[in-house]
Design a protein around this ligand. Structure first.
Ligand code: ARG
Length: 286
């Protein structure tokens, strides 16, 4: 079976900046250089395009500086886009922008109940048939329970315990249905045990590389794209048969994001088992 071309949603950083502080990486005194940010973003686009991905763009909006982090638009499951409902009010304005984009691009927009916070693919990642859902700092645990019902799949909630690793995609990255990168100290002892029980092949990153957002990787087939500053992870990926790529994303680290945060896989992540399956089992796919 040939898989479709990978499709990735991104947003030009025309209005990107550090305008508020909603995670420990952000400091308004450490402003992003917008020209450099645009160059870094364009280099990521070119790199992903070179790996065969088709890049789709949501138009930037003035006053929504974090719209560039499209991983937080929602969670894609077949033709359904489970829309995010952001905990920080500063990002709530993004919800309708992403809803409109999804609706006009053939996705059925599903909204979580308004009392649940849910930050999309930043906090919900498939590894095989199982959805791993980060909670507490941004998304909440009841949102994860609602997701399990809505998608009809097994959802493993993982409590995030370190404010620097506030979204699951900052400390966990599925590479294949049985393989993931992770940063163990971002989880409590129970979460660590669950991850080791469910995922047979785990690549742990050390503190300094976690701080360089090593876990925030974009996976396209056997290619893995990260920020610079993750040499040990890259060596290990080569040993495991992957092809790592690095590209500088320091301007986005200032907002607490890196490669993965700047992307949303529209056709399902490579590690998601549903991507390899016929389109069915999704009640009401359009
Ligand atoms: N400044 C953004 C926030 O704190 C960064 C989001 C990064 N996105 C991600 N998927 N981790 O919400």
């Amino acid at each position: 079976m040939t898989l479709p071309t990978p499709r990735i949603l991104m947003c030009r950083p025309d209005y990107y900046g550090i305008e508020y502080e909603i995670n420990p990486w952000m400091n308004r005194q450490r402003q992003a250089d917008r020209t450099l940010a645009l160059a870094q973003w364009q280099a990521l686009v070119d790199l992903l395009g070179g790996l065969g991905a088709q890049i789709e763009l949501v138009p930037p909006v003035a006053g929504l500086p974090d719209l560039v982090f499209t991983a937080n638009a929602g969670l894609i499951f077949h033709q359904r886009a489970i829309l995010s409902h952001f905990r920080p009010r500063q990002r709530q304005g993004e919800e309708e922008v992403f809803a409109a984009w999804f609706a006009s691009h053939g996705f059925q927009v599903v909204r979580p109940p308004s009392e649940h916070f849910f930050e999309g693919a930043g906090d919900a990642l498939f590894c095989g048939a199982t959805l791993f859902a980060g909670y507490r700092i941004r998304s909440d645990i009841r949102g994860a329970q609602w997701l399990a019902q809505e998608l009809g799949c097994e959802v493993i909630p993982l409590e995030l315990v370190n404010p620097y690793y506030y979204h699951l995609d900052t400390c966990f990255c599925p590479l294949a249905p049985d393989t993931a990168i992770w940063y163990p100290p971002a989880f409590d002892a129970y979460g660590q045990r669950v991850i080791t029980q469910f995922i047979p092949r785990l690549v742990a990153v050390a503190d300094d590389e976690a701080r360089a957002f090593a876990c925030n990787a974009v996976v396209v087939g056997r290619h893995v794209v990260t920020n610079t500053g993750c040499p040990h992870l890259h060596e290990e990926l080569v040993r495991q048969g992957y092809t790592p790529h690095q590209t500088p994303l320091g301007e986005f680290v200032k907002a607490g994001g890196s490669a993965k945060c700047l992307t949303l896989r529209l056709d399902g992540e490579d590690a998601a088992a549903w991507r390899q399956m016929p389109v069915e089992g999704s009640n009401g796919s359009s």
